[in-house]
Each structure stands twice: as structure tokens, then as C-alpha cells.
Design a protein around this ligand. Structure first.
Ligand SMILES: Nc1nc2c(ncn2[C@@H]2O[C@H](COP(=O)(O)OP(=O)(O)OP(=O)(O)O)[C@@H](O)[C@H]2O)c(=O)[nH]1
Ligand SMILES: [Mg+2]
Length: 307
């Protein structure tokens, strides 16, 4: 271990769907957090570890901060607050395309997060994401000025997590928050998520991507079996059995689809990603079960690892 090692813990916060997980994946150069075009994709804190030379930046991706409607929402919002404890800095992610009117009005979930930054006296960088979608670049100046009136951000950085434009600038800025300290993780570590959790998340991403609005939000994935073995030909393979939990019988029917077609699609798409992530072949068996109103049942929220 060299004497010059530096580390920083950095939390990524913001409204749902602004691109927090996309940004973390882009920084890491690998997908460790699932992404979808639906809000509330991330449900728990997810660590992403970025090590370059002497510097280790430990990111904490958090669920989108939003008005809670059930017990699950409450534990998601709590994860945001927990993510802000014991970190060296925060990255608040906002969206360049969020403002439809001439005047820039900062969304209330963001002003609440800014109040929390103030309360904790936490250093923060504002990222204005999705600049690739912004037609009128002059708008950026107005957006930057509106946010800088709200908080004394260390820096405000427009970027695109999608194209990677501006991400290097962000990393240079974040490097300034690192302090001399031995690295907490091995340089090859990417995340703190156990393999089973990664698999459950990959399956949940497919549910979010292949199903309509209300159905995937009411799902959770339980991994019942996860075993690596060698085939008779001596090739490694991972055998996975998972249950998709949903809230209603009607949802179960939608997830399975006509003649099982939807479930098949979910399974093959998830299997491809699992094979890519682990670098070995995978066998995936999926079941669907109904657990009514599980998002309001603390015991079930706990058993799915969501608190
Ligand atoms: N065009 C464009 N789309 C982006 C960019 N960053 C993210 N997206 C898209 O925005 C959507 C939301 O991305 P996520 O990374 O899941 O957003 P999030 O903030 O983690 O969302 P939650 O976990 O629900 O809070 C996805 O469809 C992404 O592909 C960007 O820079 N440009
Ligand atoms: Mg996310």
C-alpha cells in the first residue's frame, strides 16, 4: 500500500429518473446499477467503487427522492438520508430538460434535498444531466444561475451520462474531495452488491423495461437458488431459480403473458445480461407469485432486502 492513497465517499442524490444510476455506471465503465425509463428504478443504496491510480472514489447511488405513497417509498426516501451520512460530498443530479416554462422553477423534491444539504453542511456538486437532449444551449446559463441562487455548490457541471460528455470534468472535480487514507476496497471491486442481489436487480430491470407502469412497480424478485457448477463438458454454469413477487392476480397474468410469452421474454433478456455480467453460462428458471399489498408490509419489505 502506497503512502499517497486517497479516498472519498460520494453520494449521488436527486429526483427519480434524472439519470443517477446511469451516471454511476458511466463513471465505473460497467453496469452495476439497473436503469430504466420509469421513475423509482433504484430501491436501495448501491455502492459503486471507482479506483484510478492512488484515488478511490466510493459512490453511493440512491433511490430517487419523491413523495412517499407506501411503506416501500418511505424506506426508499430513508435510504437517501442514510446515503448522505458519513460522506465527504454529494452529487445532486438534475435534468437539463426538466423546465418547460420560460422561468426556471426548481422542483420541490430538489429544494428539499438542497435544504438537507444545508442542514448537514455537506459539500455538493450539481450535475445538470441529459445535455444531449437540450436544443437551446443558452438555457444552461439560466438553469445554472437558478440553482446557484439556491445553494453554494462547489461546482455546477452540465454533462451527459448517455454520451459521456463532461464526465471527465466531474471526475477531476470529485478528486478534490478525496483525503489521504488507505483504500477501503480492492482495486478490482466494483460494487458491494452480492451476486444474488445483482441477479435479482437484473430481473427487475427487465420487468421495468418490458411491462407497463403500475405492474413493475409492484414487483420484487426473490432468488431461491443460485449455484455455480461445471457441466459434464467441464464448462462453468450458474443455475438460478427466482420468484417474481407481484401484488395482484391480474398482474400475475400480465407478467406471464399469453402462453407464457412475456415471462419467456423477461427470462431470456435477463439471462443474457446475467451471462454478460458473470462471464459464464446461466440457466434461469422464473416463477410468479402474488403477495397482496406487500409494499405496505414491513416484514415482506424486509425479507426482500429493501429496508
Ligand atoms: N438522453 C439521455 N438520457 C439519459 C441520460 N442519463 C440517463 N438517461 C435516461 O434516463 C432514464 C433514467 O435513468 P436512470 O439512470 O435509471 O435514472 P435514476 O435517476 O437512477 O432513476 P431512479 O433510480 O428511478 O431514481 C433512462 O431511460 C436513461 O437511459 C442522458 O445523459 N441523456
Ligand atoms: Mg437509479
Amino acid at each position: 500500500m502506497s503512502m499517497e492513497q486517497k479516498s472519498a465517499f460520494i453520494t449521488i442524490i436527486g429526483r427519480p429518473n434524472v439519470g443517477k444510476s446511469s451516471l454511476m455506471n458511466r463513471i465505473l465503465g460497467q453496469k452495476v446499477a439497473i436503469v430504466s425509463n420509469k421513475p423509482q428504478t433504484t430501491r436501495t443504496r448501491i455502492m459503486g467503487i471507482y479506483t484510478k491510480d492512488d484515488t478511490q472514489l466510493v459512490f453511493i447511488d440512491t433511490p430517487g427522492f419523491h413523495k412517499p405513497r407506501n411503506e416501500l417509498d418511505k424506506s426508499m426516501n430513508k435510504a437517501v438520508g442514510d446515503g448522505m451520512s458519513d460522506v465527504d460530498a454529494a452529487v445532486l443530479v438534475a435534468e437539463a430538460t426538466a423546465f418547460k416554462t420560460e422561468e426556471i422553477t426548481i422542483p420541490s423534491a430538489e429544494t428539499e434535498l438542497i435544504d438537507e444539504l444545508k442542514r448537514r453542511k455537506l459539500k455538493a456538486v450539481l450535475v445538470i444531466n441529459k445535455t444531449d437532449l437540450l436544443q437551446d444551449k443558452a438555457r444552461l446559463l439560466q438553469i445554472i444561475s437558478a440553482y446557484s441562487r439556491r445553494y453554494d455548490f462547489s461546482e455546477i457541471i452540465p454533462l451527459s451520462a448517455k454520451t459521456g460528455d463532461g464526465v471527465e470534468i466531474l471526475l477531476d472535480v470529485l478528486d478534490r474531495f478525496s483525503k489521504p487514507s488507505p483504500h477501503y476496497f480492492d482495486k478490482d471491486d466494483l460494487t458491494d452488491q452480492p451476486e444474488r442481489v445483482m441477479v435479482a436487480e437484473i430481473i427487475r430491470e427487465k420487468l421495468l423495461r418490458l411491462l407497463d407502469k403500475e405492474v413493475p412497480h409492484g414487483t420484487a424478485v426473490d432468488i431461491e437458488r443460485f449455484v455455480e457448477r461445471d457441466t459434464s463438458a467441464g464448462e462453468p454454469i450458474v443455475e438460478i431459480e427466482a420468484t417474481i413477487i407481484c401484488e395482484k392476480n391480474s398482474h400475475k397474468g400480465i407478467i406471464i403473458g399469453k402462453n407464457g410469452a412475456t415471462l419467456k421474454k423477461i427470462g431470456s433478456s435477463a439471462r443474457r445480461d446475467i451471462e454478460k455480467f458473470f462471464g459464464i453460462k446461466a440457466n434461469l428458471k422464473l416463477w410468479v407469485k402474488v403477495k397482496e399489498d406487500w409494499r405496505n408490509r414491513q416484514g415482506l419489505i424486509h425479507s426482500f432486502g429493501l429496508d
